[in-house]
Design a protein around this ligand. Sequence first.
Ligand code: FES
Length: 125
Amino acid sequence: MQNILEQYKSVAEAEVKTWFEVGTVSDFPENSGACIKYKTKQIAVYNFARKDKWYACQNLCPHKMEMVLSLGMIGDKDGIAKVACPMHKKNFSLEDGTNLAGDDLKIAVYPVKIESGNVYIGFSD
Ligand code: FES
């Protein structure tokens, strides 16, 4: 179990080595999530059209190790974009991955860029 979680580490834009193309803007539903695969990682991608922003994070919820975050509801808490896990409703910031209730649990987040209608996620490997 631990190993699954260990492969997910947040990537800052300055650390990106690979911008991985995951599809076109129209492949992603507005204001909800989708799941893509990069190497052995499952990544949740959100087209947060209400905010005119895109976010990406690990699909794995660290609470019970379920691959479910792409199915979570996205929203806003005090201006911070967040996703609520569909299982037990833990809320994670999509900006920095912290648990918004202050729990120790944290998720990895990844930069997203849109270029010529294509969606790219930044990875450090
Ligand atoms: S599995 Fe995500 S909150 Fe419990």
